[in-house]
Ligand binder design. Structure first.
Ligand SMILES: Nc1ncnc2c1ncn2[C@@H]1O[C@H](COP(=O)(O)OP(=O)(O)OP(=O)(O)O)[C@@H](O)[C@H]1O
Length: 580
């Protein structure tokens, strides 16, 4: 996510490098420069899988080996198309293997996944050691394309490939799939709640990263002419992974720095007659920094720049109160709400029973959210409210009973499929990628590109900061409001909101209640609201259902229910009032 000016500078630097490196530097340094850029391309593959999607993959060099193998095989058999076409075929050949390696990632994550991918790297190492790369016995070296035949020319080619990949990735990162990687990196459940298929998203990340690594391997073959298995040793995968964590290769400057650091640092130190230990010290210092800050070097630098720009922008805004002077109901909604679904309830839950082992968290619960209604679900801690939302939105492996959305059964659907069918939910803990702007987060939640006007309307309605402000400097209470806005942005049939007022002051909470009451008429979204703040519930809900120990103890109009002695007893713990 770099602006046009930064891209202009990057292109100018790349063009300058293409003039200076081949014409000014001695041949050895030109060769080193090629190594650095080829490594940067391989770093870009780490950028997709590790940096962007947050998946631990330790076998990127094995994908690179596949690319190199295919390019050399095509060269050996004088296949039509030439080097550039072979390069693309090499990248494509790595894709199915990437997807196959990605399959375990659907079930396991973190260190376990790292072990699985490393296992593949070890297996690939054994196979590569036992078999020579094509062309080795015949001594048939790779033919570079005429224009890029010399090392100087080849440097220009690898820079062009690196820049094209950088531009392509920058574009891709803004697509829904690219954004979904950022979301699964921080919270897979939030991604699923936004209708993102976590499985598809992860497999796509593996596929693209394998493609890029395959291209990198092909470029390496082009540089060396012939390759040996040690060029793709598993230790390389490990070392580059460590560099990726420290530097952040999902940013182009990070990929470049990682490439330089990983590939040519030792040689640079040697040439400059500096002790090799300096590389280790730099690496150690970066590791301490990454562990302390929890983010890569380039993410840290970018965040500081982005936040400073956002703060400047906020300071330049006129001192207007955050709450609109005009009540939201008196302004015209930009997008008119859809027509109500007739008598059909938005959400109809029958006989919902959930057991956690011996604990019966919900026992035969019936609950209906009428179309155009805001229904409260309240109860003391541990009553089963979050379990209800989890079951209805598909986040529990199993439950008894039925869940229907406008008459359509959701029981067999995954969380992301339920979200796509018109259900959104929020969580008690909000996890949003801090590098996103609020505009971007709204688009992820909405599952479509929102116009600036529509996004501004939502942010204004819920009292969030301006859309350009990055999430990293938005306070916790406002992040929860942003999460609610993102849920409503999707215009679902029903939104299940789990304690959206946590972190708000009493006055803000009351305002939120009034806003939520307007949501059905303004946005065409019915709401089930879980809350402990009774003032908010009174302001927002026409009807309320009360749970206690997994049972419904009262249900009806808000006034009736909140005045019910059994409800008061459940909240205040008065034991002498019998439960229904
Ligand atoms: N994963 C779990 N495993 C075992 N028991 C659980 C699990 N999640 C919830 N429970 C139990 O189920 C019951 C209902 O919990 P739940 O979190 O749904 O209540 P709640 O009404 O949302 O509470 P709160 O207001 O504190 O969020 C509690 O007894 C809780 O201890």
């Amino acid at each position: 996510m770099i602006d046009k000016r930064s891209w202009g500078i990057a292109l100018a630097v790349a063009a300058a490098a293409c003039v200076i490196v081949p014409n000014v530097l001695p041949p050895y340094w030109v060769y080193l420069a090629i190594t650095a850029v080829v490594s940067s391309v391989i770093m870009q593959s780490y950028g997709v899988i590790v940096g962007r999607a947050g998946v631990m993959s330790l076998c990127q060099m094995s994908f690179a080996a596949i690319g190199a193998w295919v390019v050399l095989r095509l060269n050996l058999s004088d296949a039509p198309g030439g080097f550039i076409v072979w390069l693309v075929i090499g990248g494509l050949a790595a894709v199915p293997v990437g997807v196959a390696i990605g399959l375990p990632a659907l079930r396991i994550r973190g260190v376990n996944l790292a072990v699985v991918t490393f296992g593949f790297a070890v297996a690939a190492d054994i196979v590569l050691n036992a078999n020579q790369f094509p062309g080795t016995t015949e001594l048939k070296t790779l033919q570079r394309p005429g224009l890029f035949h010399t090392n100087g020319g080849y440097f220009i080619l690898v820079v062009i490939v690196f820049m094209l990949l950088s531009l392509g990735l920058a574009w891709f990162n803004r697509t829904r799939l690219g954004m979904s990687w950022l979301e699964i990196r921080y919270s897979e459940r939030a991604a699923a709640a936004h209708g993102i298929s976590v499985a598809r998203s992860k497999l796509a990340a593996f596929a693209l990263s394998a493609f890029i690594a395959g291209i990198g391997g092909g470029l390496m073959a082009g540089q060396l002419g012939l390759v040996v298995s040690s060029n793709f040793a598993m230790g390389q995968s490990l070392a580059l992974f460590a560099v990726a964590i420290l530097i952040g290769p999902h940013n182009p400057e990070g990929a470049l720095m990682g490439g330089i650091f990983g590939a040519v640092m030792a040689t640079i130190l040697e040439k400059l007659r500096l002790p090799q230990d300096l590389g280790g010290i730099l690496f150690g210092l970066s590791a301490i920094f990454a562990l302390r800050s929890g983010v890569s070097q380039t993410d840290f630098t970018r965040a500081r720049k982005r936040e400073a720009a956002a703060r400047k922008m906020l300071e330049s805004l006129p001192d207007k109160p955050r709450e609109a002077e005009v009540p939201a109901s008196e302004t015209t909604p930009l997008v008119p709400p859809p027509a109500p679904a007739g008598d059909q309830p938005a959400l109809d839950v029958r006989g919902l029973t959930v057991k956690y082992g011996e604990v019966v968290a919900l026992d035969n619960i019936d609950l209906t959210v009428p179309s155009g209604g805001v229904v409260g679900l309240i109860g003391p801690n541990g009553a089963g409210k979050s379990t209800f939302i989890a079951a209805v939105s598909g986040f529990l492996h199993s439950y008894e009973g039925t869940v229907e959305l406008e008459g359509r059964s959701l029981d067999k659907l995954s969380p992301s499929a339920r979200a796509s069918s018109g259900m959104r939910r929020t969580f008690q803990t909000t996890v949003i990628a801090p590098e996103l702007t609020q505009y971007e987060y709204l688009s992820i939640g909405a599952n479509r590109k929102l116009s600036k006007q529509e996004a501004d309307e939502l942010l204004d309605f819920f009292g969030c900061p301006p859309g350009e402000v990055p999430v990293s400097i938005v306070d916790v209470g406002s992040r929860r409001l942003l999460d609610v806005a993102a849920a409503i942005a999707a215009r679902p049939k029903v939104a299940l909101l789990d304690e959206p007022a946590a972190g708000q002051s009493a006055a803000e909470s009351l305002k939120l209640g009034r806003r939520l009451a307007e949501v059905p008429s303004r946005f065409g979204v019915s709401i089930l609201l879980v809350e402990h703040d009774m003032e908010l519930v009174r302001a927002a809900c026409a009807q309320v259902t009360v749970l206690d120990f997994g049972h419904v103890i009262a249900s009806g109009t808000t006034q009736e229910v909140l005045d019910d002695p059994a409800v008061m007893a459940a909240y205040l713990g008065t034991a002498d009032v019998p439960l229904v």
